[in-house]
Ligand binder design. Structure first.
Ligand code: BGP
Length: 469
């Protein structure tokens, strides 16, 4: 039988830009997402456009009380969301915060706490204020550290008695693949130099350490973690060159957790920079800051594994969660080509644990699928999403195996616990939730919420602390 620890933090995860809507209400400034109507990999637009579903999201901004009530009904112990930086500092470089923005999150956290749900807050989830992208080229600019530091201090001070768990940057390693979305870098990817990209990475890492320092000064009980996109990489064949290719791929991701946990650039990163002529500009005290202010835990998203080869010619490439890879013939895939690999989650949990012996937190996992609203036997509208239940059951079972292997795991928040706008496609039809939201890709729909079949399933999982798996 699978046994989860007592006090295991079961819950769900979201991000402000994918569900709040109200993109220009109560003083909110624009974020990079407001000019990305077609998802991650497409160029930005000049201005926000009508076809950007994220502008209205699922209207959580106005409906949060009803939605939180549904989360409480499922028995959530924790709820992950982000603060939209541009609600607090609309342009990002002001010195005074926007009170209406601060108040919204006060109200949201109060609502969660009313039901005994712990907030888990991402400071920056792909939503850099647009002004910082346009006027500073995002994280390529050293000044972003100061702006992020001010923003972090503001929210840490404001919510110090309401929020204990914090994440500094969502999927920080995705900056290599999605520089605008992840790093607020306005320079088109094709024109961006390796030098500038690595400099942006350095700035984010310094900023993350700075936030950790500030947070601990404000409340020593804060638990502050990093957040990476995790993907175990398999070699296509036992050829040692393929094995090495897989390790190189993993290093790109480990780089970020290595620095957050150990506080220094690992040898393989120094080598890469040396061989590619990258010379980081490092200001006085920055390396010490990184060394001294490491994280309390490592959190990560997990959707799939990847398969790598030294010479990928002759193999088919698959789709992926920002990063791709080759198609693994042993795995099925979702409708979006993301290969489904529950055992990969056990592997990644063991890898992180064995590497660091630091507590872990799975803060995203789930199946994006096309759902159909149907009538159940009582005439109520629902979604019969057995496919989602199967996916999650298989993954959580492997989580239980990893715990039995000795991994210390704080909790699990399934991605998009209520349907929201997808990050990669910017559409509604890629749904992850236990709660269906009536909103279509063309923007139509009543925004009504309906419990899917998986709603009751997850409620049972939580109520039995995983024994029902
Ligand atoms: C991660 C992001 C999330 C989320 C998720 C699912 O990369 O942190 O914001 O969207 O992936 O991706 P998608 O919405 O593209 O299916």
């Amino acid at each position: 039988m699978i046994v989860f620890p007592e006090n295991f933090l079961w819950g769900g995860a979201t991000a402000a830009n994918q569900y709040e809507g109200a993109y220009n209400e109560d003083g909110k400034g624009l974020s990079v997402q407001d000019v990305m109507p077609n998802g991650i990999m497409t160029p930005r637009t000049e201005e926000p456009t009508e076809d950007n579903l994220k502008l209205k999201g699922i209207d959580f901004y106005h409906r949060y009380k009803d939605d939180v009530k549904l989360f409480a009904e499922m028995g959530f112990k924790v709820y992950r969301t982000s603060i939209a930086w541009s609600r607090i500092f609309p342009k990002g470089d002001e010195t005074e915060p926007n009170e209406a923005g601060l108040q919204f999150y006060d109200d949201l956290f109060d609502e969660l706490l009313k039901y005994g749900i712990e907030p888990l807050v991402t400071l920056s989830h792909y939503e850099t204020p647009l002004h910082l992208a346009e006027a500073y080229d995002g994280w390529t600019n050293h000044q972003l550290i100061e702006f992020y530091g001010r923003y972090s201090r503001t929210v840490f001070e404001r919510y110090k008695d309401k929020v204990k768990y914090w994440l500094t940057f969502n999927e920080i390693n995705s900056i290599f693949n999605a520089p605008l979305m992840s790093g607020g870098i306005n320079t088109p990817k094709e024109e961006l130099s390796q030098q500038d990209l690595w400099q942006a990475v350095h700035h984010e890492l310094v900023a993350s350490a700075l936030a950790t320092k500030i947070g601990k000064e404000i409340n020593p009980d804060f638990q502050i973690g990093c957040m990476v996109l995790a993907m175990p990489a398999y070699p296509m064949t036992p050829n040692p060159k393929d094995v090495l290719a897989a390790r190189h791929f993993e290093n790109e991701n480990y780089l970020f957790s290595d620095i957050h946990v150990r506080g220094e650039y690992p040898g393989y990163a120094k080598r890469y920079m040396r061989e590619h002529g990258i010379e980081l500009a490092i200001a006085d005290g920055e390396l010490e800051l990184m060394k001294e202010h490491t994280v309390d835990f490592i959190s990560f998203s997990y959707y799939m594994s990847t398969t790598q080869a030294h010479n990928p010619e002759g193999y088919s490439s698959g789709e992926g969660n920002i990063m791709g890879g080759l198609i693994n013939p042993h795995l099925d895939a979702s409708e979006w080509g993301w290969q489904i690999d529950p055992i990969g989650l056990r592997i990644v949990l063991n890898d992180f644990w064995n590497r660091y012996q630091k507590p872990l937190f799975i803060v995203e996992n789930g199946l994006g699928a096309k759902d159909e609203l149907v009538e159940d036997e009582n005439g109520n509208l629902t979604v019969m999403d057995q496919y989602r239940i199967d996916y999650m059951n298989d993954h959580l079972y492997q989580v239980g195996e990893a715990i039995a292997d000795g991994v210390e795991l704080m909790g699990y928040t399934s991605w998009g616990c209520i349907d929201l706008v997808s990050a990669s496609t910017a559409q509604m039809s890629k749904r992850y939730g236990f709660i269906y939201v009536d909103r279509n890709d063309d923007g139509s729909g009543s925004l009504e919420r309906y419990k899917k079949q998986s709603f009751g399933w997850y409620k049972d999982v939580i109520a039995t602390n995983g024994a029902s798996l």
